[in-house]
Design a protein. Structure first.
Length: 209
């Protein structure tokens, strides 16, 4: 998969420009015209929608490498979400018309784009599944296995919000993981120990049922 992504990016960079974004900086807002294709290269992006009561809610988080708002580009409609950086980051910006000219008229390029998008969809499904888990420890463990990059870039309050947990529950579980040597620091997580922990928790659940 990385070979496909790298091949795609090498070609995309020849027709686009890399832009640096600061934390909390907006890439585009809901209802803006989708005149550019945005590809997230570095950092964490949150997607927001405005509710009927005027309150903004987070609907998803994106990690590199991924398209941002591509659904609206391909349908040629205004963006249906706002995109904002949760960390400092980097985006490849390509004019929509130029992107179509280079990538949409070649079967191989189209297949590669579909594969990249399929990888993004897999992330969304796993993220939704994690939020639906009832066992908080397993929920956090599985999230760390699949999305450790988010853990390293966000504070505990934001992480608790993503997982649908209280900050206290998150802090308590993370402390247990640190005590067990599962988490060494913000950038090192022992995934093998996490898998063993999940197995233990599931066995305990089966015993108590």
């Amino acid at each position: 998969m990385m070979e496909i992504i790298n091949e795609f990016l090498d070609k995309a960079k020849t027709i686009g420009n890399i832009k640096i974004f600061e934390k909390n900086e907006v890439i585009f807002r809901e209802n803006d015209n989708s005149i550019n294709v945005y590809i997230l290269l570095e950092g964490l992006v949150s997607l927001h929608k405005l509710r009927f009561d005027g309150k903004e809610i987070v609907v998803n988080y994106l990690l590199p490498i991924s398209f941002v708002g591509e659904y609206c580009n391909f349908l040629n409609i205004p963006y249906n979400v706002s995109a904002r950086f949760e960390t400092k980051g980097k985006v490849l910006v390509i004019e929509d018309s130029q992107f179509r000219k280079v990538f949409m008229n070649d079967v191989k390029n189209l297949i590669n784009i579909i594969k990249i998008m399929s990888n993004e969809i897999k992330y969304v499904y796993s993220y939704t599944e994690e939020k639906s888990l009832k066992n908080a420890k397993i929920k956090i463990a599985r999230f760390l296995i699949g999305h450790g990059d988010i853990y390293s870039k966000l504070n505990k309050s934001k992480l608790a919000s993503i997982l649908g947990l209280t900050p206290e529950t998150l802090s308590r579980t993370l402390k247990e993981f640190k005590d067990r040597g599962i988490i060494k620091n913000k950038t090192f997580i022992d995934r093998k120990l996490l898998y063993e922990f999940i197995k233990e928790e599931l066995e305990e659940i089966d015993i108590n049922q």
